[in-house]
Design a protein around this ligand. Sequence first.
Ligand SMILES: [Zn+2]
Length: 261
Amino acid sequence: MIIDCHTHINCPGCDISTEDHFAASEPVDACIVLACPSESNRQSSEIVARYAAKHPKKMFGFAVVNPVKDDISKKYWSGILDDLNLKGAVLYCAGEGFHPAHSRALQFYEVAQDLKLPLFFHNALPFTADSVLEYARPSLLDEIAQKFKGLKIVIGSMGLPFVNETICMLAKHENVFGDLTVNPQKVWEVYNTVLVAHEADVLGRLFFGSGLPFGKPQNCIETLLGFNKLFADTNLPTVPREKIREIIERDSLAILGIEHA
Ligand SMILES: [Zn+2]
């Protein structure tokens, strides 16, 4: 089973139809589809919910939330689960300019923990001039992971460019996971990210992701399985291929508590 934990259909700059998204996800068994921030996060989440409802065995939607401005009541989020059948929430702290430990964000985590709603922190590249780089730091999630031990937290795109902070978070907290969305064009970056995770013994905490439509699952799988070969004629350390295969075949949905076939 291959699950792509990081895909989009309606992000700014995403030029992809739902038909093309579905076609590109053919090599994987299931996808998490992350809603994107918009004037109305509710509407953005509904777009994802409608798509997921068409493919209930394959597409699992996450609602977007800006806890500073959106409804964070338990009643509202119970509705997101029950009425829209969305499975988690995604936060864009850097892009939306809120501190991950803002007082309203902490109130939202309490609700998310009660409802067993996994959270995806999407603080990924590219950053716009207006985004707050400091709020992308994975170490800012440390106090949240400590305080809300029942909350499942995914750090998107390995927290790039702060990969070492992500590795530290994975080693420190059982409830924190890393989304290994890679850019297949950046082989050196992929190699370094996987190698530091291997040396820190946290490969078992990584989920496969493609960032679709910015990456294609098939290319990402090939890059991950192929990079060792590129360095085969060097003395550089390698990562056992079966460990990389385990990441690709990890059941991230089940680990996040999301039921699926
Ligand atoms: Zn993304």
